[in-house]
Design a binder for this molecule. Structure first.
Ligand code: CAA
Length: 292
């Protein structure tokens, strides 16, 4: 096989991390016909991903939205592993969706640089860490970029492809084309900026929503209703923050603030307080709303 990256060389995709994003990105790839490995250090995490994806596929078939044969093929195209070394050695394209911590991502990308085939592109799904932060340790910075999916990744069409200073045109083109082959509509971000496009737009709305609620101008319910009924948003900003996870929202704010130092980017104390109480949104049964 050529040592140059090429879209035609991609038959096996490795997704690192079996969390909310990783498992749905992997299923998206499997549905598009790619042999897909989900790797995670946690056996329990892999089992939870397998259960959710099998239930999701059964639900889609039950609803008449997916052929049984397509569901069976996609589930058969997925494999689950705790062994990063072996998985990386077999991958033609790698999407890292592990914990949003630079030390963890750096260790992973350092390994990938050694283990992945020379033609493999190494992408991160990170919404906060530009790939320039991990590119050099791979020894192949031209083949590193962000490929950022949105929650729920099986549904949302957008993929933000973010290049850093040394990302090659070939890496960008292949990643954009791969996103299209996964049924997505990629957009290109030419220069790293905290939040890329979507989280900057979402952040601006959230900031205003939090201001209106904190100042007692309207209830969170009425603010969410207004976003839906006046602006046609599928869900209001508070419901969306609960869906994304308040820990993730807080982390994005912290990472952005650390990078910009601007007071307007400072994390919201109300959200930090909810996180400290363990109220992370839907996944814990409570956040801005109660889900029990
Ligand atoms: N996983 C997989 N599929 C899901 C899903 C999930 N968690 N939640 C909903 N769906 C599917 C449903 O199965 C349904 O599919 P069909 O119509 O084909 O049957 C479809 O989505 C619509 O679902 P519902 O009818 O239950 O509800 P809805 O119409 O309100 O849609 C929604 C749900 C798709 C989540 C919609 O509310 C929406 O688009 N919300 C905004 C989501 C958003 O903004 N995401 C970006 C978050 S930011 C981010 O991810 C980036 C980051 O870095 C933090």
């Amino acid at each position: 096989m050529s040592t140059q990256p090429s879209i035609e060389n991609i038959s096996t995709i490795l997704v690192i991390g079996a969390g909310t994003m990783g498992r749905q990105i992997a299923m998206t790839a499997a549905l598009a016909g790619y042999s897909t490995i989900i790797q995670d250090i946690s056996e329990d995490g892999l089992e939870a991903a397998r259960t959710e994806l099998e239930e999701w596929a059964a639900g889609r078939v039950g609803k008449g939205k997916l052929e049984q044969s397509a569901a069976t093929s996609a589930l058969a195209a997925l494999s689950y592993s705790t062994d990063l070394d072996t998985a990386a050695a077999h991958a033609d394209y790698i999407i890292e969706a592990a914990t949003e911590r630079l030390d963890i991502k750096t260790a992973i990308f350092e390994k990938l640089g050694v283990l992945a085939p020379a033609h493999a592109i190494l992408a991160t799904n990170s919404s906060t860490l530009g790939s320039s932060k991990v590119a050099q340790v791979t020894g192949r910075p031209a083949q590193v970029c962000n490929m950022h999916f949105f929650n729920p990744a099986l549904v949302m069409k957008c993929v933000e492809v973010v290049r850093h200073e040394s990302t090659s045109d070939a890496t960008v083109e292949i990643t954009m084309e791969l996103a299209r082959r996964l049924g997505k509509e990629p957009v290109l971000i030419n220069r790293e900026i905290p939040g890329f496009i979507a989280n900057r737009l979402m952040g601006a709305i959230q900031k205003e929503a939090l201001y209106l609620a904190d100042a007692g101008i309207a209830s969170i319910d009425d603010i969410d209703t207004t976003a839906r009924t006046a602006l046609g948003h599928p869900m209001g900003p508070f419901a969306l923050m609960d869906m994304v996870g308040l820990d993730v929202i807080d982390f994005i704010a912290q990472a952005t603030y650390a990078e910009t130092g601007l007071e307007e980017d400072a994390p919201n104390p109300g959200i930090a307080a909810l996180v400290a109480e363990g109220k992370l949104g839907r996944k814990t049964g409570a956040g801005f709303y109660n889900y029990n």
